[in-house]
Structure formats: C-alpha cells, structure tokens
Ligand binder design. Structure first.
Ligand SMILES: NC(=O)c1ccc[n+]([C@@H]2O[C@H](COP(=O)([O-])OP(=O)(O)OC[C@H]3O[C@@H](n4cnc5c(N)ncnc54)[C@H](OP(=O)(O)O)[C@@H]3O)[C@@H](O)[C@H]2O)c1
Length: 278
C-alpha cells in the first residue's frame, strides 16, 4: 500500500515496485487524507507493507504553515502507524536528513543526535517518534535531496533558470548533501520490503556535493557554456534554515544489502537520459 502516491518519490516507487512484480495499492490524498484519523482507521487491510511517502514537503512554506506541517508530517504519520499496528502491517516510513543541524562535518549515522533547524525537520522528527511509539513493525528510511521524474526538484529548477537565460545563476556552495535520484532510492526500497529490520536506516546516493557543485554538474551536461556562480547561504536568505552539512552515512545499508546506491553523478546522468531538455 503506497501512501502519498501522487508525489515525486511515490510515482517512481510505484513503477519500480510494479516492474519487480509487486501488487501495489496506490492511495493519494484524494483517496485518504492522512490527517483524518477516521479516514485512516477505515482503510481496508490486507497489504503486507505500507510505505508512507505522504508529507508536507515545502520546507520554506512550513515556516509559516506550522500547523499544517505538523498535522501531515507528525499526526498523519502517527495515524498511519497506529493503523499498521492494528492491522499488523509492516510500515516503511520516509524521513529526512533535515532532522540534523549540520554542525557535524562527517556523515551522520542513524545513531547521531538529532537537532532539526526548521519546522519541516522538527515535524518530520515528531513523525518518526510517533511511528516508533505506535509499536508497529517499522523501518524509518532517512533520505535526502531527491530529484525524480515527476516533481519539482533542483535539477528542473536549474534547467528552467538556464532556459530563461538567468545570469548570473547564483547557487549556494556552503550546503553539502547527497543528491539522490528517486529511481535509485525506489529500487533500494523495493529490495527492503521483505526485510525484518527495525528502526532507522539511511539511504541516499554515494558521494556528496554542495548545491553549487551539483548545479555546475547539471550545466556541464546540458549547457557547458553556462556559468554558475557560487554564493554563501548568508547572501541568499530563505525562510527556513538548512543544515550546512547533512551527508548521511550509509554503512548500515551497505552491511544489510551488500551494496551502496550509485554515485549522485550517475543518478543525474540517468535522470537526464530520460530526455529532459531546457
Ligand atoms: N524531496 C526531497 O528532497 C526529500 C528529501 C528528504 C526526504 N524526503 C521525504 O521523502 C518523502 C517523499 O517526498 P517527495 O519529494 O516525493 O514529496 P512530494 O512530491 O511533495 O509528495 C508528497 C505527497 O504527499 C501527499 N500529501 C500531502 N499531504 C497529504 C495528506 N494530508 N494526506 C495524504 N497525502 C498527502 C501530496 O499530495 P498533494 O500533492 O496532493 O498534496 C504528495 O503527493 C517525504 O516523506 C519527504 O519528507 C523528501
């Protein structure tokens, strides 16, 4: 059962799961609003696994839509977790690197102390807590900086700005993460459906880069002549604070599965090979 099925990760996940031969029941916000306790409680049982991709994901918007962010990311996740407990359904819940403050300068493990800087991160952290408290069989998957075929994402934004000829194209160079192609993440998630592991698991691409380096790589592949200008976060104010460094350590995932996800550059090349152009 795939919740939040209209979103960027979920649409690629649905394709990957179907190609792997799974029977997928898709639930969009139109079918069930996860903040509606009664609607969630009334969902039909029978699934082996529920994957929650539904979230309020507008990081800057969450700073002024605090109630909505908590309703969806915390209460909604809790409602689904209680349904999973009652129906004995395993829950895979998607969470975020934004539970960290970015003060550490080496990759964050699943056991590192959390300290979110913004409302989105705080609401997602509360969602994780409610999933754990529900007592359901669960795995919380923390991921980061997604770009996928069906959704607003950084790659599309940079390509749109280049298409409009915006110059100088300024991108922050002091926020480092692991841009992750949703198809790679979805493939990883699909291999975990049968796992019995509990708790938190980091999954994102290999390697790391700043948003500036990521933009430069995008430009290099689609418009090599287009210059990208590095700027500091302080010169690019936004409503939500973001961690300066949020690279996730994937050692646990490697130990569980014997592999890492491909490098972020491979993800980008694969994404662009789908035929996106400016
Ligand atoms: N995008 C990233 O860079 C990133 C990074 C780290 C972690 N994550 C996590 O990864 C997961 C998937 O993210 P995404 O980027 O694919 O998000 P997305 O494209 O914004 O999709 C989220 C989905 O949730 C649905 N939704 C929102 N409120 C809902 C509600 N009350 N009831 C039911 N469904 C609701 C949305 O439906 P509507 O569109 O109809 O509102 C949308 O289809 C989320 O848990 C997110 O926190 C994302």
């Amino acid at each position: 059962m795939l919740i939040g099925a209209g979103g960027m990760l979920a649409t690629d996940l649905e394709c990957v799961l179907r190609s792997a031969g799974h029977d997928v029941q898709v639930i969009t916000e139109h079918d069930v609003d996860i903040t509606d306790k009664a609607a969630v409680a009334g969902m039909p049982g029978g699934a082996d696994v529920l994957i929650n991709c539904a979230a309020y994901t507008n990081v800057d918007g969450a700073e002024s839509a605090v109630d909505m962010a908590y309703k969806v990311n915390a209460d909604g996740a809790g409602n689904l977790a209680r349904w999973c407990f009652a129906s004995k359904t395993r829950m895979l819940h998607i969470s975020t690197d934004y539970v960290f403050d970015g003060a550490k300068r080496e990759p964050y493990t699943e056991n590192d102390a959390v300290c979110p800087l913004n409302v989105y991160g705080k609401s997602k952290l509360q969602g994780e807590a409610l999933v754990r408290l529900s007592g359901c069989d669960h795995l919380i998957i923390r991921t980061q900086s997604l770009f996928g075929r069906n959704g607003k994402n950084f790659v599309r934004t940079i390509m749109d700005l280049m298409g409009k000829g915006i110059k100088p194209l300024k991108v922050v160079s002091d926020q480092v993460s692991c841009p992750t192609y949703t198809v790679h993440l979805a493939t990883a998630i699909s291999t975990l459906l049968d796992s019995r592991d509990q708790g938190i698991l980091n999954i994102s691409s290999s390697g790391s880069c700043s948003w500036f380096e990521f933009a430069r790589e995008i430009a290099g592949l689609v418009r090599p002549d287009y210059g990208i200008t590095p700027v500091q976060t302080s010169g690019f104010p936004r409503p939500a604070k973001r961690p300066a460094y949020s690279v996730l350590d994937k050692t646990l995932y490697k130990n569980m599965t014997g592999r890492f996800l491909p490098d972020w550059r491979s993800g980008l090349q694969e994404y662009l090979s789908e035929g996106y152009s400016i």
